[in-house]
Design a protein around this ligand. Structure first.
Ligand SMILES: *Cc1c(COP(=O)(O)O)cnc(C)c1O
Length: 461
């Protein structure tokens, strides 16, 4: 007997020719982004020192479909279309009537979905004559992806890597260096932002917010030689990730099913939006009733416990002000937290989806995440990165709820990266050294008390 088909592959010619821009269909538009000095809405000129014009255009575009340049599609062919799997062994292990599907982005050369946007960003920067890109990286997936993309397009790449990751993940650093990138453990003393942080706390383990401040400063002071690239959060990044969901729509059709619930983990929101947006488009325009679940860590619960206010994207306050669900830009994650997804804020697009009631969010404790990951890898053979293990655990919750309710629920989740560079986290789990750290309410309140005092132009007066 040959059981159900469990892998759905698309031909290379099906790599999407256009990205889907959810901004065109959100019932309420995104709140304006404000200048850090004047608190007035930013214009293209304010962003020009940091980003090429093509990306600034995409950031504010209201066009529903945006063409993927041929050269970018050529590069995507290296690993796209990515496979969609049905996790039948996991279904069996859970003894659930649910059907569980996952889109696997770990087949990219850098091991995660990040390369989808890295390629596009490097392409547009090169076309506008930039010498190199500066960026930050936490766990190292983004730095790896951008390093490769920069090498492909002949750009220099300077990476500020969060210090604790730099120490815990020497092999990630070595990959970036192999691609020719310069990698610093952030905070450094080569930026004003880094020096001011070190003066306050010389032993800081760093944070994404601090690393962003450093990378932005270097680009902003370079007189146009360097621009800055961000691997998540921004509208154009989420746009580039929609290749994931557009492919998945076709693959679910091949499987003869349509998801009742779509799950993704949320750090800054890009892999989640990439998978979810095309399905949400069908909810908004074709009467589909799919539920969407954002899975975040209890140790960094920006959607479920943050406040929806204007805040900086970085720690020092150099970036524009964005209205977002935030834990405060002074947030420094606990080093005992191994699960990734440590950014204090969230993409504006995700925040509006959440605020407008289009998506749900759930915060998961660390031990459930790793026990879910173990169940998944022992059934399906793929070691998930800790980040998508949040999606795995949330999908397992959905499958068990379906069993409880006695219903056949079709679940689709994004396995947005493999965990081959994260075995130290698995090691800690296996040794019993992980705990269920929940971010303390006092710390949330202390960080929120430091939020900039901004009049919200979208608030009813
Ligand atoms: C960067 C990253 C994340 C978190 O970023 P999002 O923008 O929320 O997707 C999650 N998983 C993996 C594998 C990543 O590399």
């Amino acid at each position: 007997m040959f059981g159900p088909i469990t892998r759905f592959d698309l031909h290379q010619s099906r790599i999407p020719r256009q990205w889907y821009n959810i901004q065109a269909d959100l019932p309420r538009p995104l709140p304006p982004v404000l200048h850090p000095g004047t608190h007035q809405p930013v214009g293209p000129d304010d962003l020009a020192p940091l980003f090429p014009m093509a990306l600034i255009g995409q950031e504010v575009s209201q066009e529903r479909w945006i063409d993927v340049p041929d050269e970018v599609r050529e590069c995507l062919k290296l690993w796209r279309p990515t496979p969609l799997f049905r996790a039948v062994r996991l279904e069996k292990a859970l003894d659930t009537p649910a059907h569980i599907y996952f889109k696997y982005e770990g087949v990219s050369p850098s091991g995660s979905h990040k390369l989808n946007t890295a390629i596009a960003q490097a392409y547009y920067n090169k076309r506008e004559g930039v010498t190199g890109l500066t960026t930050e990286t936490g766990a190292g997936q983004w730095g790896t992806a951008l390093s490769q993309a920069c090498k492909f397009y002949g750009l220099e790449c300077i990476v500020y890597m969060v210090k604790v990751s730099y120490q815990q993940k020497p092999y990630r650093r070595a990959i970036m260096q192999s691609f020719g990138s310069t990698v610093y453990a952030s905070p450094t003393d080569n930026t004003e932002a880094g020096r001011s942080i070190l003066a306050e706390d010389p032993d800081t383990t760093g944070s994404l917010g601090i690393a962003i401040s450093e990378a932005v400063e270097v680009a902003a002071k370079s007189g146009g030689k360097y621009k800055y690239a961000l691997g998540s959060v921004l509208n154009h990044v989420l746009l580039h990730q929609t290749v994931i969901g557009l492919e998945a729509l076709e693959q679910m059709e091949m499987a003869g099913e349509y998801p009742d619930v779509v799950v993704g983990c949320t750090g800054g929101g890009s892999n989640f939006a990439g998978l979810v947006s095309p399905f949400l488009h069908w909810n908004l325009t074709r009467g589909k009733k799919t539920r969407f679940v954002a899975a975040e860590p209890a140790a960094c619960p920006s959607l479920t416990r943050g406040t929806y206010r204007y805040d900086f994207g970085d720690t020092v306050g150099m970036t524009p002000l964005v209205k977002m669900h935030t834990l405060g830009s002074s947030f420094v994650p606990a080093p005992v937290h191994f699960g990734g997804l440590r950014y204090h804020g969230m993409a504006s697009i995700i925040c509006e989806m959440y605020d407008q009631g289009l998506i749900e969010a759930v915060a998961l404790p660390q031990l459930e995440i790793f026990s879910g990951a173990m169940k998944f890898l022992q059934s399906e053979g793929i070691v998930p990165a800790p980040e998508p293990s949040h999606a795995v655990a949330a999908a397992i919750r959905e499958a068990l709820a379906a069993k409880e309710a006695g219903e056949k629920r079709v679940i689709l989740f994004n396995l947005c990266g493999h965990g081959h560079f994260d075995m130290a986290a698995y090691d800690a789990y296996l040794a019993g050294n992980l705990n269920n750290y929940e971010y303390p309410q006092e710390k949330i309140e202390a960080a929120l008390a430091k939020l900039p005092d901004i009049k919200d132009p979208t608030a009813a007066s």
